[in-house]
Design a binder for this molecule. Structure first.
Ligand code: FPP
Length: 344
């Protein structure tokens, strides 16, 4: 079962949630358990080919981006500005590096509109920023990065944009997988992947298989992901186990809930203690760009004690320099987890 696929009860859970949470479409009632598990009650996958002026414009934008690579290295920023290939800056303490960084990559649309360009170009440039993030996290000693590539709520965007984003994802996975593998990055996906077009899912499976077990950065791409929906599917599966008698209600604790959430499926490196895996699911640092001060349904359970870093920079302008500033800000904080530090 691919990471992110859940069972019939999760579909039932979503039917309940769909009544309350805008943007979650209610799946049909279960007929046969297997059939529901396979489809997750999703609407038909979006396989319509791209077309029309908007797509041509986006493709032209992609070619322009390829030439310009705006955040690769900006001479106007002077020689001190960090780029994707910069080594870890000396004032970042490797011992204080966050093990897990989560990122809400926001502001692609505003970045593009501010330049009189189509939203597709914003997403294309956002992909360039993601490339930089991955390289730097990998080279600077971050263990795990979980990025919000496509939220549950993003399904409500215009068809053109949804198709564009999913198409971009498929294209990026095709174009970048060899490089990611060469960097020893381990790529995994979390979300309701059953809603995605089959070609994209096939590409996801291929990249997961290719990079499985790589010892470098764990890159979790949250696609068709929602934090509340994840908690609901975990509750539903736990309830089933209790009904079946394979779990007792008294077994339910924080560790158990964590083990039923989607990120638990990304643990998978051999020889690691389970307790460590659980800790690693919880981001140490969340970065959100574009000046918005919200969590937007991202990793709600996992971020109970995450340090938050908000910046006004739009995601397409977020490069190595901005990552460095976020990490430096993190390293200067004292994490207390609600307790009182000794002597205070
Ligand atoms: C938010 O910007 C960004 C997204 C909805 C998608 C994030 C996607 C990328 C960074 C592209 C590359 C990554 C993959 C894996 C395809 P927004 O469009 O909401 O910006 P706005 O709030 O300014 O409109």
């Amino acid at each position: 079962m691919a990471v992110g696929e859940v069972g019939a009860l999760a579909a039932a859970g979503r039917r309940r949630v769909a009544r309350r949470v805008p943007g979650v479409r209610a799946p049909p009632a279960a007929g046969r358990r297997g059939a529901v598990a396979a489809s997750l009650g999703a609407p038909p996958p979006r396989t319509r080919p791209f077309g029309g002026d908007a797509w041509d414009e986006a493709r032209a934008g992609a070619r322009r981006m390829e030439r310009e690579r705006p955040n690769a290295a900006r001479p106007e920023d002077g020689p001190g500005r960090l780029g994707p290939d910069s080594p870890r800056p000396a004032d970042l303490d490797p011992r204080l590096m966050p093990g897990h960084v989560a990122v809400i990559m926001d502001g692609n649309g505003r970045w593009a509109r501010g330049r009189g360009r189509g939203v597709g170009e914003g997403h294309e440039q956002g992909a360039e920023s993601l490339r930089t993030l991955v390289k730097c996290c990998n080279n600077w000693g971050v263990d795990t990065a979980t990025v919000y590539a496509f939220s549950m709520e993003n399904w409500e965007r215009p068809d053109f944009e949804v198709n564009f984003l999913l198409g971009l994802m498929e294209r990026l996975l095709g174009a970048e997988s060899a490089e990611l593998h060469a960097q020893r990055v381990c790529v995994q996906f979390v979300g309701d992947l059953g809603r995605l077009p089959s070609q994209l899912r096939a590409e996801m499976d291929r990249v997961c298989d290719l990079t499985r077990g790589n010892p470098g950065l764990r890159l979790n791409l949250a696609v068709s992901y929602g934090g509340r929906q994840d908690i609901v599917q975990a509750c539903a599966r736990i309830a089933t186990e209790v009904e079946l008698g394979t779990l007792r209600a008294s077994d339910v604790d924080e560790a158990l809930v964590s083990d039923f959430l989607l990120l638990s499926k990304t643990d998978g490196r051999e020889g690691e203690e389970h307790v460590k895996s659980r800790q690693r699911r919880e981001p140490d640092l969340l970065i959100r760009t574009s000046g918005e001060l919200r969590l937007s349904n991202f990793l709600l359970w996992e971020m109970a004690y995450t340090e938050l870093h908000f910046t006004d920079v739009m995601w397409p302008d977020f490069g190595a320099q901005e990552l460095y500033e976020a990490l430096l800000s993190y390293q200067r904080r004292q994490r207390r987890y609600g307790a009182r530090p000794p002597g205070a």
